[in-house]
Design a protein around this ligand. Structure first.
Ligand SMILES: [Zn+2]
Length: 117
């Protein structure tokens, strides 16, 4: 089955997050990738790309998801010129990480449906 890259439009900041759960697909899209990685995030097109491994039973590793979502938001905000202020409340970061995490879970659910899980 052909793997897809899920798109998550971010209307507030005008850009896109891309999520892919297929290692071979991601390898073709990025310049740096290691087979030891269970997740990664990098700049991609008008936003950021996240790769996450889905376990055989269809679940994601929450630790890897939060780690990569943070990196994706960091890449995305850097690209948009949105700053992180150490010591500030940084609600814009917290909300973006919150929102994107939910979207990534939805992408995983859709991916599982496509694969009949
Ligand atoms: Zn990292």
């Amino acid at each position: 089955m052909k793997s897809i890259i899920h798109k998550i439009d971010c209307p507030i900041y005008s850009g896109t997050f891309y999520v892919c759960f297929d290692r071979e697909t991601v390898k073709k899209k990025v310049t740096e990738f290691s087979d030891n990685w269970s997740g990664m995030a990098c700049e991609y097109k008008d936003g950021a790309l996240i790769y996450l491994e889905i376990h055989d039973e269809g679940s994601l590793c929450l630790r890897t998801l939060t780690h990569e979502v943070f990196h994706a938001v960091d890449v995305f905000f850097s690209k948009k010129g949105v700053e992180h202020n150490a010591g500030g409340s940084n609600e814009h970061w917290a909300y973006m990480i919150d929102w994107l995490s939910g979207k990534v879970f939805n992408c995983a659910a859709n991916e599982n449906k496509l694969k009949g899980k």
